[in-house]
Design a protein around this ligand. Structure first.
Ligand code: TMP
Ligand code: MG
Length: 322
């Protein structure tokens, strides 16, 4: 059985190590030409916290920006304080959460659409924000590009904002495809509404990909690495026509104790122990190094990754669930 030392770190939890190592071995054997990566954006590719403070989601970047009125900011904050605890509540079912998430996104998008946001201001809004990509993820983008491995970013955030983040980080390469909520601007470049279909945390599955040929075109790429931080992210690969090997990597950012024990006992995720320790989910080091191992053995080479610091990371890793 292959060893992946980075995945043995204390902050990494694997419910069925043998099975995960088997998956990693199979991905290696299949090679990089069979591999594709599917990832969430907010709090997965971007950081959850920094120096004890939360980092913004792509929605929060807009909410906190100078283009939103004080009244608008307050209303958006009130929505966040009401709905976010519901989003991450381990005691509610997905069926309970779904209509409430539709409500949150619809109300937030309506408020944002009343703020006369200019398309031309987006780049500056992102530059002035506190958003950060997770440590090591720039290198991941570089390596995936170098080896022509498709990266599909499936986000319930704001597409225009997240594209600008990765553009400013110089990693919006040709192998990156984004499906997200996009803004609709009028002829004067003023935001009037969001385009459909609405993507929220718990419909990130095939239902919102209809009409896109993305996964069909990649039908020979049957090895998947999936990265996420929410239970809703577990279905992101459902549209892939034939999955031979899938490794699901989850970052457990918030309410670590409660959510990890809940995940561990959830019947739907019998193989998942989930995990976490103190910290802000800020470093992706073991994951990045683990993925590096996989790519290396699969024919790629991720030398010069440049990430070695032992920063705290909250991470769950398992197969089948986080
Ligand atoms: P995702 O990471 O699953 O793509 O989800 C996007 C995140 O955006 C989700 O955790 C909730 C958050 N969000 C806000 O922060 N503000 C908002 O107004 C909305 C609608 C969502
Ligand atoms: Mg997320």
């Amino acid at each position: 059985m292959p060893k992946v030392p980075e995945l043995e770190k204390a902050t990494v939890r694997i419910q069925q190590p043998e099975r995960v190592l088997g998956t990693i071995r199979a991905i290696k054997e299949q090679g990089i030409n069979k591999l594709q990566v599917i990832s969430d954006f907010d709090m997965t590719l971007s950081r959850f916290g920094c120096n004890g403070r939360r980092c913004p989601t792509s929605h929060n970047i807009l909410d906190n920006s100078r283009v939103i009125s004080e009244d608008g900011k307050k209303k958006l904050r009130d929505l966040l304080h009401y709905y976010y605890p519901i989003e991450i509540d381990p005691n509610r079912t997905l069926e309970e959460k779904r209509p409430l998430m539709v409500e949150w996104w619809t109300r937030a998008h309506e408020l944002l659409s009343q703020q006369k946001i200019q398309k031309g201001d987006i780049a500056q809004i992102v530059r002035e924000s506190d958003v950060m990509l997770r440590d090591g993820f720039n290198e991941l983008f570089d390596q995936l590009h170098k080896y022509n491995i498709p990266l599909f970013i499936f986000s319930a955030g704001v597409g225009d904002i997240l594209e600008e983040i990765i553009r400013q980080a110089n990693v919006f390469y040709s192998n990156v495809n984004v499906v997200s909520n996009y803004m609709d601007f009028d002829d004067n470049g003023v935001l009037t509404r969001f385009k459909g279909p609405l993507i929220h945390t718990y419909n990130k599955n095939n239902s919102v990909l209809q009409g896109t040929e993305y996964f069909q075109q990649l039908s020979t790429r049957t090895s998947i690495i999936l990265l996420g931080d929410s239970m809703g992210d577990l279905t992101m690969a459902d549209g892939v026509p034939s999955v031979e090997n899938i490794l699901k990597i989850g970052f457990l950012n918030d309410k670590v104790g409660v959510r990890s024990s809940r995940l561990a006992s959830a019947p739907a995720f019998p193989r998942c122990e989930a995990s976490g320790d103190s910290g802000e989910g800020q470093a992706a080091v073991p994951v990045i190094q683990g993925v590096q191992e996989i790519l290396q053995a699969a024919g790629g080479c991720m030398e010069g990754l440049g990430v070695s610091a032992e920063l705290p990371v909250r991470l769950g890793l398992c197969q089948g669930g986080y």
